[in-house]
Design a protein around this ligand. Structure first.
Ligand SMILES: C[S@@+](CC[C@H](N)C(=O)[O-])C[C@H]1O[C@@H](n2cnc3c(N)ncnc32)[C@H](O)[C@@H]1O
Length: 259
């Protein structure tokens, strides 16, 4: 079956694409990319004779028609998505239309902005005894969120929450997390354009989130990470330790030391 490649470009820094993704980008005859979010420096690594097309101004059918036509002409097509294609990548609607044309696909994962954001602030999102769960979600705005996924309900788990596409919805975020019993002083980190040269980091608390976002002029391209794993002083404490490296904890690769 003929196929296209759906490649995760990573969060911005051109070095954060996978080796496999880069190889496909450098080999492809046709490259389609989300020009609003993917770094041009990365796209410049396509071979000089490649046809490079920006997709921000295209609608779905237009984009898929280009892919179908080029694949049927025997060309190798790479569709480059920001971060990891599985998160808010709108890939399924492309795949459905491609399938109708008997064209398959292979997805090459990428570094999602959620992990580039955690890296930017040196955070671990799952801290032993504190939280072992990370929820990836978005606040409800113009795009509806299914009934059972309301932020207030998700927040009842008091785990780490990563909010994509929510920079203009901070008032709502604060209200919903407070309604779930989150304390005003719960740490929140906002990372705008993680891994880009103009990356911006704002450390705040739940109650100050809206004002601090406004003060810093952050309205888009930002990841909001909330929960006690984001405590900026956590590095100074030695309260949370995993079992994995506990000297008395035996596992397949190490025998425990008797206390
Ligand atoms: C359409 S979604 C795409 C997400 C992407 N697939 C990923 O895995 O990161 C766009 C949203 O992702 C987040 N985002 C993308 N790149 C980012 C970056 N470099 N820094 C911070 N947030 C980013 C923002 O919340 C933005 O509104």
């Amino acid at each position: 079956m003929k196929k296209i490649y759906i490649v995760g470009a990573g969060p911005g820094d051109p070095d954060l694409i996978t080796v496999k993704g880069l190889h496909i980008l450098q080999t492809a005859d046709v490259v389609l990319y989300t020009d609003s979010l993917v770094n041009e420096e990365l796209i410049a690594k396509a071979k000089p004779e490649a046809e490079v097309l920006k997709t921000a101004g295209m609608h779905l059918e237009e984009m898929v028609n280009v892919m179908v036509e080029r694949v049927n002409a025997g060309k190798m097509v790479a569709r480059i998505h920001t971060g990891d294609p599985a998160m808010y990548g709108a890939i399924m609607e492309q795949i459905v239309l491609l399938k109708k044309e008997e064209i398959g696909y292979e997805v090459i994962p990428g570094v999602s902005s959620v992990f580039a954001s955690a890296a930017a602030i040196g955070a671990e999102l799952t801290i032993p005894d504190l939280t072992q769960t990370l929820i990836l979600t978005r606040a409800e705005g113009r795009t509806p969120v299914p009934e059972f996924e309301k932020l207030k309900d998700l927040a009842s788990h008091h785990c780490t929450i990563a909010l994509f596409l929510s920079a203009t919805l901070t008032k709502k975020i604060v209200k919903e997390l407070q309604a779930a019993g989150w304390k005003d002083e719960t740490p929140v980190a906002v990372i705008q354009r993680a891994s880009w040269p103009d990356q911006k980091i704002v450390r705040t608390t739940l109650v100050n989130l809206d004002e601090d976002m406004r003060k810093n002029g952050i309205r888009k391209h930002a990841m909001i990470l909330a929960g006690w794993a984001l405590d900026p002083t956590i590095h100074e404490k030695d309260e949370y330790r995993s079992k994995l490296y506990d000297a008395s904890f035996t596992h397949g690769f190490r025998k425990g030391i008797k206390p």
